[in-house]
Design a protein around this ligand. Sequence first.
Ligand SMILES: Nc1ncnc2c1ncn2[C@@H]1O[C@H](COP(=O)(O)OP(=O)(O)OP(=O)(O)O)[C@@H](O)[C@H]1O
Length: 315
Amino acid sequence: MMNAPGIDLRNVSFSRGGRAILDNVSMTVPGAGLVAIVGFNGAGKTTLLSLLSTLATPRSGRILVDGIDAVAMPHQVRSRIGVVFQESALEARLSAYDNLSFIARCQGLKGRTLRQRIDELMTAFGLEALAAVPVQCLSGGQRRRLELARALISRPRVLLLDEPTLGLDVATRRVFWAEIRMLVGAGHTVLCSTHHADEASDADRVVVLHGGGVLADGPWHTLCACVPGTIRLQVPDTETARRWLSAQGYRATIDEHGLAVVVANARTVMPALLQRMPCRVTSVDVTTPNLMDIVDHWREARESEPCRLPQKAAA
Ligand SMILES: Nc1ncnc2c1ncn2[C@@H]1O[C@H](COP(=O)(O)OP(=O)(O)OP(=O)(O)O)[C@@H](O)[C@H]1O
């Protein structure tokens, strides 16, 4: 199975109580790859990860995880995946160390290997001093760190992460992503839902889910390229500058903060625009699109021009 994609979904649909939650979803994640799923609340991200984790069964379509059919062989799939869901999988009365030790034993680790791996993760996630503390006495962020360590313990072939960094401080997020990148470099597959633009932009590809369907699928820079950002300019004579910009074909408006130029690829366009401006620019600021802008853009694109969406796996 060395050449099989880590995750391969073909035309997957899923319903609850007669209501379609996922509709004809197809996507792949390569053996060594990190793909982010983004979308508004209720888009279907958790549902998709539940199907991949064999916690639910699709109404139709095919799901392969590490080359194995998730519907036909759920037990085999479970032995290859590590999951972090929004609900905690930790045992509240056990200590942090015992939680890791329990799951490590379930996954076949023992003796020195087990102790080394637990120590490694305890150190990486800053949990050493909390080893003996029962989970019910840990803070929300500390529990989240333990949850991540739990998912990583056996270096699973495929990691399924549902908003894994929710509630983590910046330093712990960094540690977490460094560990994930190391796993991907070593050939592991990671599928991760997120509401953070910076996390999505670090993934190899981003899948935009909306209303249970795939709106767009491609590298972050491709998905963002045509989503407008804003260049804000301070100039001595705002109205003259606005007229000049409009004559050059730019969408320029004036508001209480000065001149706003709405343009795709704002960061790339900005230096050339500054060079061409016929007046002194006293300050400049660029706002790039956020996740909401990106989902909105592709939703509108789907509604107006269904065949102009980027094709799958444009990486
Ligand atoms: N147990 C359930 N019973 C019925 N409907 C459900 C159930 N769980 C989720 N849904 C519905 O399925 C849809 C997709 O939910 P899902 O949790 O997959 O979205 P999500 O993209 O993960 O959202 P969020 O960003 O809020 O986590 C939503 O409309 C939700 O109301």
